[in-house]
Design a protein around this ligand. Structure first.
Ligand SMILES: [Zn+2]
Length: 437
């Protein structure tokens, strides 16, 4: 199997082939969590954001033209390299919306997703998009129960459609559907065939969410040895492996990953934009900070959550309400001394704030001392230990809010210093300010 010399032959994600206008960023020093494999693309990959295609297949999704444009603009300013839109062949409205978004002149390149069919491809070209993502089912189960065509038919059809799209001067990706349940020999010969036809990317799709990170790594490595074009990965999350699979793919040579905001999509969805960004940031923060406006992530997620009538999950990557909350006393102490002890992501890089929760029975005196200092109270270590015991006692009965804790601290402080002032309650704005300290 011929392994191409990557540096010479590969178009680079984000700077590569033809009229690719996606941005590049200087490669910076990766962290020890980045793979050191020579095939790895963790510091040179692109995101194909598919909220306006895969995301439209989410049970709750119905995007008006205005909403699609709002989401497209938000993702464009976040900095994703590509936006993928629903096929113009889906409906009249989809066709018009595709045209309208392609006309916006965004920095992100606009792609649309079409079946391997001349009619679909011609319609897509009319909308003025920058590229077409062509897909066809290759697994025997799809060949039997979906389109009913054999591999020779798929090869011939692929040639006809790809040749036409290329003649129109736009990007073309060719992907199989359900790649992980397709015959490997069929798959590789098909990809070799379309690579020779000059596609920009071949795509592998875990359409049913059955793949594991090890299987993904193996397939991408094998494919890397067979084609010289870019490789795109599309991973569903039915069994919880989507982000792991996407990471494994990139670490093995995959150049483009499909995401949607909050992972919305068919069934329980695909790789979430925020989770994938978190994973890649852990490998190389500088590269990710240089490429994407991380502070805008929360706003994009809120926009999409509102549009589809869901809330951001409590345990969401980066923006979940407890993503940067530290509770255990032993963690709180270390976090206050050096946040990297228990944080792989810096909350401030994402416009988020660290919160040390202290109103509970697991609290520790170091965390309480930090709060005492935030409130400008004058207590020595022994006194802080004493008031910590009091907080633990109260928290054994019921959890204490920040206001409750502040009241206990102020009352204790006043008692110690014989102050009889009645201004012992904390206003919520004071409290909020202190929490962000
Ligand atoms: Zn999908």
């Amino acid at each position: 199997m011929a392994v191409p010399k990557l540096e010479d032959s590969l178009p680079q994600a984000g700077e590569g082939s033809q009229n690719n206008k996606a941005k590049t960023t200087t490669i910076s020093q990766p962290t020890p969590y980045a793979p050191s494999d020579f095939l790895s693309r963790v510091d040179n990959f692109a995101i194909i954001e598919s909220t306006l295609r895969e995301g439209e297949q989410f049970a709750n999704a119905f995007f008006s033209r205005e909403k699609k444009i709002e989401i497209a603009k938000a993702l464009d300013s976040f900095g994703v390299e590509y936006l993928e839109l629903t096929s113009p062949a889906a409906s009249r409205q989809s066709y018009e919306d595709c045209k309208a978004i392609a006309d916006l002149g965004l920095k992100s390149k606009i792609l649309t997703h079409v079946r391997c069919d001349m009619g679909d491809a011609k319609l897509a070209i009319e909308t003025g998009v920058d590229g077409l993502d062509v897909v066809i089912g290759t697994s025997s189960i799809l060949r039997e129960f979906s389109h009913g065509k054999d591999m020779q038919y798929i090869m011939d059809k692929a040639k006809e459609v790809i040749t036409y799209i290329k003649s129109q001067g736009v990007e073309v990706r060719f992907s199989s559907e359900d790649s992980f349940r397709s015959d490997l020999v069929d798959l590789l010969s098909l990809y070799k065939h379309v690579d020779a036809l000059g596609v920009n990317r071949v795509g592998i799709a875990d359409t049913v969410g059955c793949a594991t990170p090890l299987q993904v790594a193996e397939l991408v490595r094998t494919l890397r040895g067979v084609v010289s074009c870019d490789i795109e990965g599309h991973f569903h999350d039915d069994t919880g492996c989507a982000i792991g699979n996407a990471f494994s793919a990139v670490a093995s040579g995959c150049t483009h990953i499909d995401t949607t905001v909050l992972g919305i999509g068919e069934r329980n969805g695909i790789v979430p934009l925020g989770g994938f960004v978190a994973r890649m940031y852990a490998c190389n923060p500088e590269y990710i900070k240089g490429k994407y406006d991380l502070q805008a992530l929360r706003e994009v997620e809120n926009l999409v959550a509102d549009a589809v009538g869901i809330s951001v999950p409590f345990n969401n990557y980066i923006t979940g309400y407890c993503a940067f909350t530290h509770k255990a006393g032993i963690h709180a102490k270390a976090i206050l001394n050096n946040p990297t002890t228990y944080e792989i992501l810096k909350p401030e890089d994402f416009g988020m704030t660290r919160y040390v929760s202290i109103g509970h029975r697991l609290t520790g005196w170091n965390a309480v001392k930090n709060r005492v200092e935030q409130l400008n109270l004058n207590l020595n270590d022994d006194q802080v230990k004493e008031v910590t015991a009091k907080i633990k006692q109260l928290a054994d009965i019921r959890p204490q809010t920040m206001e409750d804790v502040d009241r206990v601290l102020r009352d204790f402080h006043n008692e110690v210093h014989n102050i009889t002032s009645s201004s012992s309650s904390t206003t919520s704005s004071e409290s909020a300010k202190a929490q962000t300290a």
